[in-house]
Design a binder for this molecule. Structure first.
Ligand code: FRU
Length: 570
């Protein structure tokens, strides 16, 4: 037995290499030293001898990479015991673990974006439970509060009034005896269909998958205080299906013509539609998609959105067998309250973004003016756990709005940044005569927007590089012979943390006399929108220093820049 006397933590290790910590405290946090790629240790927390939770935590055995706080505020003065099998007394964390009222860390680390949403610390993946209510856009997200790699899925929470400034709120849903909390959605229960409303505020309902030992089922929680606190429904889970290991990511919306809720679920290689009058009892309606679109990996995170007469089904598809790997595809068709019927031929594939870092795209419920605003996780399952950030991993892409267009007789879902982002533009940079110059400075802190109109004239292969003085660059290029636009990050900076990172992303270009390009750069990401959102490419980048210049090039003939503006984003 050893004792961390300074902190009044009594530490016991036994001959099997298991450790237990015991203390009573009035301090707010137990600060846990973490080794990023250390062993996953199943850590059990007991309060007054009762097991209250169990987490997988990579407590540092050899070296400390960063710290995470375990919030003790609800157990002040009580007897707390933490049991950690597989940790022996030589582990460095046992010398450093401490009680504290504060948790300080380097929030503004090098690759922390300035105007994209990030969790305060810890790991994040999919956006969840997005709903607009009472002037606030709620964003919940897949969250690991105890490390910056995927684990312990919970719903983190933030709110915004303008979709670009976010206020962090406490974690909304933690794992429970039915499992961890996977992706899902939230709605406003306008008619109190579920019967949970108690006061003047409408009830918000959250639907989420619980995952436990290979099983997945859907649960329900509700809030009567504008999403600040959530109560899990006592009858959970509300929807189970036998022998179905992949059964997840409920997206729920109110279908007014039939006065019922519709839930779309990702079920292995297809989507399933269920309906309910009270949000608690669900009836199977139909399945879609086993023979449609891309099926290289399982389907995930569905969404079904109405555009007038037409409906768009979004499906995220992990492990797409081309360079993209994790990407969101879409299907255009009709929906009659029971069945989605697709207008595409089964072999067609349509993608919302052609970059590597735009996944799990879903929409905000109840958005004002019925705007179809979506958000995506800006990473890729291929390397998300390895990216070179420290106290946090992953950002969300910019919120975008979707429109359904027709080009050359074919449906096209366009995506473009929400107008709100324009309010964050600083003064436009001074762009010297862009008809004669080919090199321009950009704000040096790596936080800016480029607006460009470019006319190919006789050129076919041309574009520009975003560069820094370390010879690192991202290439944005048109190849009009192939009707392609590409973003190549092979030389963009740190790329060697994963063999699949140094890639070139290619999007189709529709023929036009001149093309517009809008590019958002935010320290560790570039998002390019071509021709008003006809195609988009979102990619992470990790330059060793911020990009400082745009340098145009042509591989054949001269082209003309019709307009070039560079804005700081503030
Ligand atoms: C998509 C996904 C979802 C799942 C969640 C788990 O990225 O795999 O299907 O609910 O992440 O974190």
């Amino acid at each position: 037995m050893s004792c961390n006397t300074m902190q009044d933590i009594s530490i016991q290790t036994n001959e099997n290499g298991n450790t237990s910590l015991q203390f009573k405290t009035s301090q707010r946090y137990l600060l846990l030293p973490i080794e990023d790629t250390g062993d996953e240790l199943q850590t059990e927390l007991f309060v007054d001898d009762k097991l209250v939770n169990s987490y997988v935590i990579r407590l540092a055995k050899n070296k400390i990479d960063y710290w995470v706080p375990l919030d003790l505020s609800q157990w002040q003065g009580k007897a707390i015991k933490i049991e950690i099998p597989g940790l022996n007394e030589s582990a460095v964390c046992l010398k450093e673990i401490k009680l504290s009222n504060n948790f300080d860390f380097d929030f503004d680390e090098k690759y922390r974006p300035a105007y994209h949403f990030t969790p305060p610390y810890g790991w994040m993946n999919d956006p969840n439970g997005m709903v607009y209510y009472g002037g606030e856009y709620h964003l919940f997200y897949q969250y690991n509060p105890y490390g910056t790699r995927w684990q312990n899925m919970s719903w983190g929470h933030a709110v915004s009034t303008d979709l670009t400034h976010w206020q962090h709120l406490p974690v909304a849903l933690y794992p429970d005896s039915l499992g961890t909390i996977f992706s899902g959605s939230a709605v406003v229960d306008e008619t109190n269909s579920a019967g949970f409303q108690t006061g003047g505020e409408k009830t918000l309902l959250a639907f989420y998958t619980q995952a436990e030992r290979g099983g997945q089922w859907q649960s329900l929680a509700y809030s009567n205080d504008k999403g600040r606190t959530w109560t899990k429904y006592a009858g959970n889970p509300v929807l189970k299906k036998a022998n179905t290991p992949d059964f997840r990511d409920p997206k729920v919306f109110w279908y007014a013509p039939a006065n019922k809720w519709i839930m779309v679920l990702a079920v292995g290689n297809h989507a399933e539609i269920y309906s309910s009058a009270n949000a608690k009892e669900w009836t199977f309606e139909s399945g879609f998609g086993a023979n449609y679109g891309s099926h290289d990996g399982v389907w995930e995170c569905p969404d079904l959105l109405q555009f007038g007469e037409k409906w768009v089904l979004l499906i995220s598809n992990d492990r797409v067998a081309n360079v993209r790997h994790s990407a969101t595809q879409y299907f255009v068709g009709s929906f009659d309250g029971h069945t989605f019927t697709c207008d595409f031929s089964p072999t067609e594939q349509h993608w919302l973004d052609y970059g590597k870092d735009h996944y799990a795209t879903v929409s905000w419920a109840n958005a004002p003016d019925d705007r179809k605003i979506v958000l995506a996780w800006m990473s890729n399952w291929q390397y998300a756990n390895d990216v070179p950030t420290k106290n946090f991993r992953s950002a969300m892409a910019l919120p975008r709005y979707l429109t359904l267009a027709q080009e050359n007789g074919k449906y096209l879902v366009k995506s473009y940044p929400v107008e709100e982002i324009q309010a964050r533009r600083g003064k436009a940079g001074n762009v010297p005569d862009f008809n004669t110059n080919r090199i321009f400075d950009v704000p040096t802190n790596g936080i800016f927007e480029i607006l460009l109109e470019i006319e190919a004239q006789a050129a076919q292969q041309f574009g520009f590089n975003l560069k820094n003085s370390k010879n690192e660059s991202v290439e944005f290029a048109f190849d009009l012979q192939k009707n392609e636009f590409s973003v190549d990050r092979a030389k963009s900076g740190i790329v060697n943390f994963n063999a699949t990172f140094a890639t070139k992303s290619v999007a189709p270009v529709l023929a036009k006399p001149a093309h517009t390009l809008r590019v958002f750069v935010d320290k560790s990401s570039v998002e390019a929108f071509l021709d008003g959102g006809e195609a988009a490419i979102t990619n992470l980048v990790f330059p060793n220093e911020p990009y400082k210049q745009i340098e145009f090039f042509t591989k054949d003939n001269q082209f003309k820049i019709n307009d070039l503006k560079i804005f700081k984003i503030e």
